[in-house]
Design a protein around this ligand. Structure first.
Ligand SMILES: NC(=O)c1ccc[n+]([C@@H]2O[C@H](COP(=O)([O-])OP(=O)(O)OC[C@H]3O[C@@H](n4cnc5c(N)ncnc54)[C@H](OP(=O)(O)O)[C@@H]3O)[C@@H](O)[C@H]2O)c1
Length: 301
């Protein structure tokens, strides 16, 4: 079976590549095959850009299944290009990395609306599909690594609000199964961790794992918005603020059984995730192991 992966140099796609490489042929789509090989991504790295339909068609020809990971809520043309190229290239099954927020009718921010629209495209694509809907990735906390290393501090908005965040390794395990097993076709999976946790609780667990104090400092809405505005267009910064506000109102506490349904195993805990990644909070990471300080990948879920 030939499986194509978008986002293979990123968090979930990279895990999926490592899980599937021993038993499947892989084509890892990336804008920079050299960087992919530098990062040690297994499989064949193929140059492709979501903004370039011809590159996508070339990269997908002959693939049986495709992991759909797209990144830019303000460029839904990327989703259209990818699905059109997949269908024309003869891909039969797509697994879409979406977000659990799509199931909340009160979530009307730009990021969630984009994920909903992409799910609709997938359903209408004519290919068989599986939809994976994770809550926030535990790995978003890697954006705290620099301030934890430098000053033993984490600053967030609504630090007492909880999110049933999920280990991206579990999301990847679900994706690997869905890409290769027929029984997942037509399925939607709500992927959460075992417990809703607040940033303050995560910080406390991180401190225990590191064996040294780490404190949480609360940001005001204005401070959080300013920080997001320095990295994202205004519409996305607003979407992140709305998302944080929904979390503060308890919208992201639900625990679902999707990890067990899709993988047959219990979802991993934050403490276990933190133990596996403690090095990033102690010493500066190599490229690819952690996102730049303060940046989390569209954490609207
Ligand atoms: N973070 C969360 O908490 C969370 C929760 C729920 C859902 N999600 C969803 O998960 C997805 C992100 O997954 P992730 O965090 O695993 O990804 P990620 O780590 O952010 O992946 C980044 C990768 O995107 C690739 N990329 C960016 N622009 C591209 C383009 N124009 N063409 C081709 N590749 C491009 C880059 O690959 P190259 O540089 O190699 O080209 C990069 O390695 C998003 O759809 C997000 O909404 C995230």
């Amino acid at each position: 079976m030939l499986i194509a992966l978008t986002g293979a140099t990123g968090t979930v796609g990279g895990h999926v590549a490592r899980l599937l490489a021993p038993r499947h042929r892989l084509r890892c789509l990336t804008r920079s095959p050299e960087r992919a090989s530098h990062l040690g991504v297994p499989g064949l790295a193929v140059g492709a850009d979501l903004g370039d339909p011809a590159s996508l068609r070339r990269a997908l020809t002959g693939a049986d299944a495709l992991l759909v990971v797209t990144f830019d809520p303000l460029r839904d043309v990327h989703d259209a290009h990818l699905l059109t190229a997949a269908r024309r290239a003869g891909v039969r099954h797509v697994v879409k990395l979406s977000a659990l927020a799509v199931t909340d009718p009160r979530a009307q921010d730009a990021i969630t609306r984009w994920q909903r629209a992409c799910e609709e495209r997938v359903r209408a694509s004519g290919m068989s599909w599986t939809l994976l809907r994770p809550r926030a990735f535990m790995s978003n906390c890697l954006s705290w690594a620099e301030t934890v290393r430098d000053g033993g501090v984490v600053r967030t908005l609504h630090g007492g609000s909880r999110n049933s965040c999920v280990d991206p390794g579990d999301v990847a395990a679900a994706a690997a199964r869905a890409l290769t097993g027929r029984e997942y076709r037509g399925g939607t999976y709500a992927l959460t961790g075992p417990d809703p946790l607040s940033a303050r609780e995560q910080v406390a667990q991180l401190a225990e794992v590191l064996g040294r104090p780490v404190r949480h400092e609360e940001l005001t809405e204005a401070e959080a918005l300013r920080a997001w505005r320095s990295r994202y267009p205004a519409e996305l910064a607003r979407a992140l603020l709305e998302s944080a506000d929904r979390q503060a109102r308890g919208a992201k506490c639900g625990v679902h059984d999707g990890v067990r349904e899709a993988t047959g195993r219990k979802p991993g805990t934050f403490r276990a995730w933190a133990r596996r990644h403690e090095a990033a909070f102690r010493t500066k990471s190599v490229e690819g192991a952690a996102p730049p300080a303060g940046v989390t990948a569209t954490p609207s879920a």
